[in-house]
Write a protein that binds this ligand. Sequence first.
Ligand SMILES: C[S@@+](CC[C@H](N)C(=O)[O-])C[C@H]1O[C@@H](n2cnc3c(N)ncnc32)[C@H](O)[C@@H]1O
Length: 418
Amino acid sequence: MTPSARLAAAIEILDIYLDAPTARLEPILGGWSRQNRYAGSKDRAAIADRVYDCVRRRRSYAALFGETGRGLTLASLAEEGLALVDVKALFSGEKYAPNPLRAEEEAGFSADIPATKPIDWPDWLWPALQRSVADPEAEAKAIARRASADLRVNTLKASIEQAQADLAADGVSTQLTPVSPLGLRLATPRKIRGLQAFRNGLVEPQDAASQAVALLGAAAVRDRAAPRVIDYCAGGGGKTLALAAALQGRGDLLAYDVAPQRMADIPERARRAGARIQIAGERDDLRGEENRCDLVLVDAPCSGSGAWARHADEKWRLTQSRLNALRQAQRDALREAAGYVCAGGLLLYATCSVLACENHDQADWFLGEKTKFRPEPLAQHWAAAGIKASAPDGNTARFTPARHGVDGFFLALFRCIG
Ligand SMILES: C[S@@+](CC[C@H](N)C(=O)[O-])C[C@H]1O[C@@H](n2cnc3c(N)ncnc32)[C@H](O)[C@@H]1O
């Protein structure tokens, strides 16, 4: 496809998306690809990148050229610094190209981009962000930028140096990530499924902050020879696999999720990684684990606001009632999971949210509700986990996109006293 045809496709997809205000972007992109099979993989990737950029910056872009597929696309070109003459060449109106610029669009290109633009964050959620982070504007801006692509080196199979060398041999250049001592950041985001290093289980895609959560959990039970661990909200198994590697085969690791279909890929991922993970397909499979586990991880369902750079559509889909339901689900998961922790054992709560109402507030609620649990100071476990960020004072920690250059994550550690 020509560059012009890619722009026309982005406009078409964005118009479909904007027509259905609560739509998910992925199925719309998938539907477009199925109906336009001439588009090759590079075309699809370029179109998707532009569409996601536009959705991430939907409000500020709409303020420049209007909230239409064409308006958002033009704004993305203006932000890239394209000259009017180049935009006119792309919007030629010829076969497959978008229609020529109108007079007011041309004028928009000639004008300076305003220094202050609307913040790319839902209005109704702004007060919640303000009370959650030190610099809400910087965090909202960081969340409106493209996310980095991080890999976790699987220490069951390779050292970070070996994995980096393997990737380099495949022409993939990486640098070390912030926060996680096992993270490699791709210099240029790309699909990694075809790479030897992935196929041989040396690396897994995982944001560096997510890696740090698992490393912290494993470090917190380093004094147990054979720890019994449950990943209670295992989902696709990202943290389960990271825990398995960090535990280096010690003890027993069980994965459970209330929606077991989400765990469908874990056995194959574990096989590739050389990890030993037991799957609890239903809650009954955890019978006998009550008051028995050294560590239970609750990677709770949440708004995902810390990862909205990856899931830009979710930023605009979240509603107050959905957030309320998520907060209830977090409490339910915490309450249930607490029942599996042994006396002296630990419960690790994590979210990929930057909102205090899903983070500190829930940690406080848990301590009020479950009087058998006490805050467990993180500092010494932090050092043992090798996390590359200053150690927190108390039992909670968070990573934010603007401050740490990773997805926003929160974690809180509690010890069961009996
Ligand atoms: C943030 S996702 C987990 C992501 C996963 N840990 C990873 O690293 O890839 C949250 C998961 O919690 C699950 N969940 C929600 N409520 C739950 C509950 N009460 N018990 C167990 N799992 C629950 C959801 O089905 C969802 O898969």
